[in-house]
Ligand binder design. Sequence first.
Ligand SMILES: [Zn+2]
Length: 187
Amino acid sequence: MKAIDFLKRNKKRIAYVLTTICMLLFGLFSGMLIGPKEAAEQAPTHDPAGEMTGVLSVLPAARVEFHVSFESCGHEVIVLGNESLAGKTREEAEKAYPGWTIETFSGDEVVFTKISKGYCPKHYVLRLAGGELGVYRTDETTYEEKRLMVLDWEDAAFDSAERAELEAGIAFDDLNGVNAYLESAES
Ligand SMILES: [Zn+2]
């Protein structure tokens, strides 16, 4: 009974309080609905570097290197690329140089690697192949081994162990080394 009297007497005040609560709830509810949507729409404009899409491309001043590791001597040859990869993505850069693997890829540096059989271009390789004794050297630009010359040789000059070594290929720093080896074998 007392409660009813209180309601009657404070009708206006209660109505005001209820209205306020309703407005607050509406504000909260609409905020929950609108808030996340706005955030989702704004997200792409906060990502100019392409981090969300994951597409990174090479900058015009990027350094491009080609690293070739040679299996027989363990040396590595590093060549600086002179063609620009500007604007290319990792996938596009990989397609531009078939046979190479990308080891490093960032906006300002791209490193391609390749493993090559045989010796690096520094060496002269004496090799017995198909019955012919030749001096071979790896080409500095194609990284393919080329025969520089064919030498006269006699069966008696090498024993079976030396022959096996020659078939595998013996590396020398220069042609003088090759000559010295052949002279000692003949004597
Ligand atoms: Zn080497």
